[in-house]
Design a protein around this ligand. Structure first.
Ligand code: ADP
Ligand code: MG
Length: 473
């Protein structure tokens, strides 16, 4: 076999080079060159073109052969939900996440469960077979017919795959193809290996679960090189120390991308948390100032999540802003809105914010709850434990309507909340809950704060600076 030739291609401008360079000579960007296999020689390409033109012809939609695929259950209900109802045969599923979060644990459980009825191969490129066996024993898994392979060369893995239903690759960064000379885990290697696995998956109808580590920048193996190849991309989120891990779907060709699965990590393995109500709320809710509960929408589910804030006097010049669970820039913007529109100065206070249970809230509907929590911390007055808040906040301080208002209020009712503060724009869609919960529609963030802390309930103001308060929409 003729040796494949490789070239280095700039991911920014597409310029090619015969050797690796730190800086692209064409566009001048640093570190953008990645190794790729050079185009096949001309005669081969011509032969391929002739054959494919004779096989593939356009067909009318009505004559397209329908594939009736049956989804397989992974054995873990939460994972099935995130996958959109189970495993689709011949699909590529990427499971990403920080090291140590539980990717191998989850996929070992899935593989062992499926091995009871299907032929399943677990390719462990990072751990030895004995280590995988040890984990299976610790997790108390059966599935003794599960096939294990400790291999890192993709060509050898390809040879070992026969007629399996499911193959797990743990992890893509540890696998290399001998067609490229760059190190395993580099952008070129990861892209080439994933492409090869995709061809096997589609050609033979094998489902691949591929583990991908998240790089320091938070992307999977560089600038999202893997995501477009995959059918489904799942990320494991949560702090390593937290017991609750959240599996989130970022891309799914066979289901909703808003789905979230909640898992609990124990010594005996990962357990799907089916009763997730209340796990993102604290026991002492309503006692301390600076906390606010919001109904967060995550796909088909709505969960009540508590946001906790803490203000501390700034010791050195620049005040710190430290959000966990929401975007840093969002917090900075909302603080600016509170300063400018509601007259609450934060320039001399460090702001810490935490979404309980390690959940990440990316939707704009948490804005109003963040403002309410900050106002509560600022005033030193707790928000009533049975009050929930949701809504987006604009730069003018207005409370803007959000999606799924009905579902959110319904969750508040279900969880026994007595009052909900939300944007007036959403009033029409939730009016039917009037007799079940006190509805408080507001037009401005300032109005929400006024309603949450009426003058009559104002506590003794202890902190200096609180006298600056001015609440006007
Ligand atoms: N013997 C053990 N007892 C309890 N928990 C363990 C044990 N070994 C590993 N774990 C848990 O499993 C996690 C590692 O999971 P793993 O699936 O290997 O992560 P990943 O593959 O995502 O790097 C550890 O963070 C730890 O919490
Ligand atoms: Mg692992």
């Amino acid at each position: 076999m003729a040796k494949t030739r490789s070239v280095y291609v700039c991911s920014e401008c597409g310029a090619q080079s015969q050797q690796w360079l730190g800086r692209c000579p064409a566009c001048g960007k640093f570190g953008t060159l990645a190794e790729e296999i050079a185009e096949a020689p001309a005669p081969q390409k011509a032969a391929k073109r002739e054959r494919s033109s004779s096989l593939n012809r356009p067909v009318p939609l009505s004559q397209v052969h329908e594939e009736h695929f049956r989804r397989l259950s992974s054995g873990i209900a939460e994972l099935d939900v995130v996958l959109g109802g189970g495993i689709v045969p011949g699909s590529l599923v990427l499971v990403g996440g920080d090291p140590g979060i539980g990717k191998s644990t989850l996929l070992t459980e899935v593989a062992a469960h499926l091995a009871k009825t299907q032929k399943v191969l677990y390719v462990s490129a990072e751990e030895s077979c004995a280590q995988v066996k040890l984990r299976c024993a610790r997790l108390g898994l059966g599935g003794s017919s599960l096939l294990l392979l400790n291999e890192t060369c993709l060509e050898d893995i390809e040879e070992a795959i026969t007629d399996e239903t499911v193959v797990v690759i743990d992890s893509i960064q540890a696998v290399y193809t001998s067609a490229l000379s760059s190190a395993a885990g580099s952008v070129g290697q990861v892209r080439e290996c994933a492409g090869k696995l995709q061809r096997i998956a589609k050609g033979r109808g094998i489902t691949f679960f591929i583990v991908g580590h998240v790089t320091k920048e938070g992307a999977l193996a560089g600038p999202k090189v893997l995501e477009h190849i995959m059918d489904t991309v799942l990320y494991f989120e949560g702090e390593k120390e937290d017991n609750y891990k959240i599996l989130r779907s970022y891309k799914n060709r066979f289901g909703s991308v808003q789905e979230v699965g909640v898992f609990e990590m124990t010594g005996e393995g990962l357990y799907g948390v089916s009763d997730y109500s209340g796990i993102f709320l604290s026991e002492s809710r309503g006692e301390a100032a600076g906390c606010c509960v919001t109904p967060a929408e995550t796909g088909n589910r709505c969960m009540m999540v508590e946001l906790q804030t803490l203000l501390a006097k700034t010791a050195y010049g620049m005040p710190r802003r430290m959000p966990l669970g929401i975007d840093y820039n969002k917090l900075v913007v909302l603080i600016a809105v509170l300063e400018k529109r509601c007259g609450m100065p934060f320039y001399n206070r460090d702001v810490y914010l935490n979404a309980m249970g390690g959940i990440r809230l990316n939707e704009p509907a948490v804005d109003l709850a963040v403002c309410a929590a900050l106002a509560s911390a600022f005033r030193g007055q707790p928000i009533d434990r049975d009050t929930a808040v949701f809504g987006e906040v604009g730069l003018t301080g207005e409370a803007r309507g959000v999606t799924f208002a009905e579902k959110r209020v319904n969750e508040c009712v279900k969880m026994g909340f007595k009052r909900v503060v939300f944007p007036a724009k959403n009033f029409k869609s939730v009016k039917k809950f009037e007799d079940k919960i006190e509805l408080v529609p507001v037009r401005y963030a300032g109005e929400a704060i006024k309603k949450l802390f009426p003058a009559a309930r104002q506590a003794e103001q202890t902190e200096e600076g609180d006298s600056h308060e001015r609440y006007e929409p």
